[in-house]
Design a protein around this ligand. Structure first.
Ligand code: OGA
Ligand code: MN
Length: 225
């Protein structure tokens, strides 16, 4: 008979899953620069985010633009989605930001990326909307390091369009075409992968986000977005 106390349960199923998911994402980022993760969040959280985005009124969404601050412009030829930034002031958005914080810490621990914070918005693409090929960050000019897109579209089928197309660094070769399926997360290095959203055949909802490094200095304060 062992004199050692019976070992406690060890990590809960949930945290063991988190660690495995983090390992998978870190390994994929290391080997290919992106990861595609089906069923990335707890089912209850996916449902809560879905209900939240579907219950929001049109007035809460703004036409998405291109560029930041002084560079910002609305350009309906580049993108035609509508966005609403998550503030963490509801149970669902708070839980999503908590999850992003765990992801941030887990990836920093594994890959030493120095990720500093995270910003994200709901995006809705009305039928016919798209986002032409673009980069989320230009080399050396942005503090966006890792892009995330999380999809909230039950029963999305190939005929519905709206795929995320990920290109290689040259922008010429297609690496992946991802259906925006309920619960799927895509995460990629912001400076390395041009990507686009093909026209959606029906309303397409997602949460797009960016992990950033801190570029602030006393001379150039770094605003949250
Ligand atoms: C973006 C973006 C991709 C997607 O918002 O910058 O590229 O699949 N989104 O929604
Ligand atoms: Mn993008």
């Amino acid at each position: 008979m062992s004199i050692l106390p019976v070992s406690p349960q060890g990590p809960s199923n949930e945290s063991r899953f988190d660690e495995e998911a983090l390992d998978y994402i870190a390994r994929s980022l290391e080997s290919q620069g992106y990861a595609i993760v089906p069923a990335a969040l707890a089912p209850e959280l996916i449902d809560a985010l879905f209900l939240e985005v579907k219950s929001m009124s049109g007035a809460e969404f703004k036409r998405a633009g291109v560029g930041r601050k002084d560079d910002f412009q609305l350009n309906r030829f580049v993108r035609s989605d509508k966005i609403c930034w998550l503030r963490g002031d509801t149970a669902a958005s708070g839980a999503f930001l908590d999850w992003a914080e765990k992801l941030r810490q887990g990836l920093n621990r594994r890959l030493f990326l120095g990720l500093f914070d995270y910003e994200c918005h709901y995006a809705t693409y009305p039928e016919g909307a798209f986002y032409k090929k673009h980069l989320d960050a230009f080399k050396g000019q942005s503090n966006r390091v890792l892009s995330t897109v999380f999809y909230l579209n039950p029963q999305w089928s190939p005929g519905d369009g709206g795929e995320l197309v990920i290109y290689d660094e040259s922008g010429e070769q297609v690496l992946e075409k991802v259906l925006p399926e309920y619960g799927t997360l895509v995460i990629f290095l912001s400076e390395s992968f041009p990507h686009e959203v093909l026209p959606a055949g029906r309303e397409r909802c997602s949460i797009a986000g960016w992990f950033r490094v801190n570029n602030s200095s006393a001379l150039l304060p770094d605003p949250p977005r």
